[in-house]
Design a protein around this ligand. Structure first.
Ligand SMILES: Cc1ncc(COP(=O)(O)O)c(C=O)c1O
Length: 423
């Protein structure tokens, strides 16, 4: 998409005045004087999330054990709300567990290795938990990850080559797990093309949507992957460690859940407490134990807010504001050796901008001291996420102005390059 950006503050203010999502910012706890660019790690708290959490507390306080009757299907109900973000069918999406446990659930359900077809295909840029989960699930079946994990290597440490992924789909591959948006470079993989290629070769394929859900538009009715998993604490702003999402294509509802538990039992017999497990033949059959009600409630609030806006408007603003940030980096920061390390094309980049510089870690520390919250990723990446729901164009402008000052004065040099525990 083409925009006419300029480097003056007046334009940033004008862009805010014209922003159809400008007033959504008031739903969020945006700290006065702070510029928060880390919503792709932990989304800001909203009043909607807070109200939903307090409502759940009140349900517990006032209804005690009877609260289960109206809330028995809460995981599916929130799943149905979440399904709208990816255009999946209602009973294919569940809110449950965390991203990692949901990978285990899907892989142990759908990975049935044989002597001829036993490999799991992954890339080398995905978030490490996905790989840890895959390796351990392979070990559970008696195979050796050193042989059974097939890794597509990135040619440059930044991007995944889709053609190389498709070429790697050999007849010994049973299952594939890939990220939809790469957590570092924000590259968006073409889910439809890759899924189609996998299915043509009889391979099960799943997607990690952690950096995609709430950031980009997805159409599962078209893509028809076998499974997908995602967290809800980034672009969905449901709170630290909030309960995650799991999509299972309805064609797999007859499979036995890899990790079974009584909450996955058929509704009508669950409380008969028999020792014979019979799973519910929709995604709710993949629940394990009692749902984490207080950990799910904030998501109810944010999903209501996000669905009232719709992913079209959210993606439109995200593309515009990330374009604006890339424009300002090119115009104001390139001369200090800062480069844009994410794809430029609209359909190839997710919701954050990846600013690269050899002193990225020190620059992040300098930014934090100036009340700008970015995050750092090895080896030289500053991730900056202007979130469509609450970041203003003026925030972006001011952040770049602060960065310009840090680079020009070289004030970042006084900060240590040693990592702390959580960055
Ligand atoms: C792509 C991706 N997958 C998984 C995770 C984390 O998994 P979990 O939600 O189980 O902590 C992250 C966390 O940032 C991530 O970026």
């Amino acid at each position: 998409m083409k925009y006419e950006f300029t480097t003056d503050l007046e334009q940033a203010k004008k862009l805010d005045q014209e922003d159809p999502l400008a007033e959504i910012r008031d739903h969020f706890y945006v700290k006065q004087g702070q510029i928060y660019m880390d919503g792709n790690s932990l989304g800001l708290a909203s009043k909607d999330a807070e109200e939903a959490l307090l409502k759940m507390m009140n349900v517990w306080k006032t209804q005690e054990i009877d609260m289960w009757t109206p809330y028995f299907h809460y995981g599916q109900e929130l799943g149905n709300q979440c399904a709208k973000l990816i255009n999946a069918e209602e009973n294919e999406v569940l809110i449950t567990g965390n991203t990692t446990s949901n990978i285990h659930q899907c892989v142990t359900t759908l990975y049935h290795p044989t002597k001829e077809r036993y490999k799991i295909l992954v890339d080398d840029l995905n978030f490490p938990t996905d790989r840890y989960a895959i390796d351990s699930d392979i070990r559970l079946t008696g195979y050796d990850p050193a042989d059974a994990v097939k890794v597509v290597k990135s040619p440059d440490g930044k991007y995944i080559d889709e053609d190389a992924v498709i070429e790697a789909m050999t007849s010994d591959v049973a299952l594939i797990l890939l990220p939809t948006v790469l957590y570092r470079s924000a590259q968006v993989l073409d889910m439809e093309r890759i899924t189609k290629a996998a299915h043509e070769k009889g391979i099960i394929i799943g997607w990690d949507l952690c950096h995609a859900i709430g950031a980009i538009k997805m159409d599962f009715a078209k893509v028809q992957p076998d499974f997908a998993i995602w967290c809800t604490y980034k672009y969905l702003s449901a709170g630290p460690g909030s309960v995650a999402g799991l999509y299972l294509n309805k064609k797999h509802f007859d499979e036995n859940p890899g990790l079974a538990g009584w909450w996955g039992n058929r509704d009508d017999t669950q409380f008969q407490l028999k020792h014979q497990f019979e799973h519910q033949k929709d995604v709710s059959g993949w629940q394990i134990g009692s749902p984490t009600m207080l950990g799910m409630a904030p998501l109810e609030g944010t999903l209501n807010l996000i669905n009232s806006i719709g992913m079209d408007k959210i993606r439109t603003k995200s593309l515009k504001i990330t374009s604006y940030l890339m424009f300002l980096i090119d115009e104001k920061l390139a001369k200090y050796g800062c480069t844009v390390g994410n794809p430029r094309e609209d359909d190839k980049r997710g919701g954050h901008v990846c600013l690269e510089h050899p002193n990225a870690f020190q620059i992040c520390s300098a930014l934090k001291d100036r009340n700008v919250i970015p995050d750092f990723r090895e080896p030289d990446v500053i991730r900056l996420a202007p979130i469509a729901l609450y970041t203003s164009y003026e925030d972006v402008y001011k952040m770049v102005e602060i960065l310009e000052d840090i680079m020009d004065s070289k004030s970042y040099e006084k900060y240590s390059s040693k990592r702390s525990l959580v960055v």
